[in-house]
Design a protein around this ligand. Structure first.
Ligand SMILES: [Zn+2]
Length: 191
């Protein structure tokens, strides 16, 4: 077999996928198109385990174009697992891997993330319920929920304000005044 070099070696690892047991857990290394896109910053290979937890393994000394299959396999030595801090199932160890999972398995991470989102939405609902009641008591009739699309581009921002029997034309005028290029993007909620 020839020495790995240039395009030949790269084709040698293209699409390469290999699974091995690491401390009793099946870990799969996969060479993706991203492996090639990090030219000059070493060999980057996707590593995943059952359940979806995944990280990127890096061998900074190897350029993807010259990488051999053995060099990809050698990345298994860089895999460090830990017990999920919530349920004890395997996860990638955040002390060794660049991951936002913080030592949780994918299932626990996603469940906690969903719970945080739900709590945030619940808090937002309660905040509006309180504001709605306060404004109704002051004589307002509707809440306007709108998105301001800045004239000249940039990202949209959500706004809410209260009106007293305002016509659509008046609401559009207010949204224009607030700098929106698309003043039709609103809905009204009766209080
Ligand atoms: Zn877990």
């Amino acid at each position: 077999m020839n020495e790995p070099n240039g395009q030949d070696a790269q084709d040698g690892i293209a699409g390469m996928e290999i699974t091995r047991s690491v401390a009793g857990t099946d870990v799969t290394l996969k060479v993706t198109s991203q492996t090639r896109s990090y030219l000059g910053t070493g060999l980057h290979v996707h590593a995943s385990m059952a359940g979806g937890n995944s990280v990127t393994l890096v061998d900074p000394a190897t350029t993807p174009a010259n990488a051999s299959r053995q060099q990809v396999e050698a990345l298994f030595e860089r895999v460090h697992l830990c017990a999920c801090r919530t349920c004890g199932q395997p996860a990638f160890d955040p002390n060794y891997h660049d991951t936002n999972r913080a030592g949780q398995c994918e299932r626990c991470f996603l469940r906690d993330l969903r719970a945080q989102l739900d709590a945030g939405q619940q808090a937002e609902k309660e905040r509006f319920a309180k504001l709605d009641a306060e404004h109704k008591a002051k004589g307002f009739t509707h809440r306007v929920d709108a998105h301001i699309h800045p004239v000249g581009g940039g990202s949209d921002r959500a706004v809410s304000f209260y009106v007293q029997n305002a016509s659509d034309a008046e609401i559009r005028r207010e949204l224009k005044r607030q700098g929106s290029a698309s003043p039709d993007d609103f809905k009204t909620v009766a209080l």
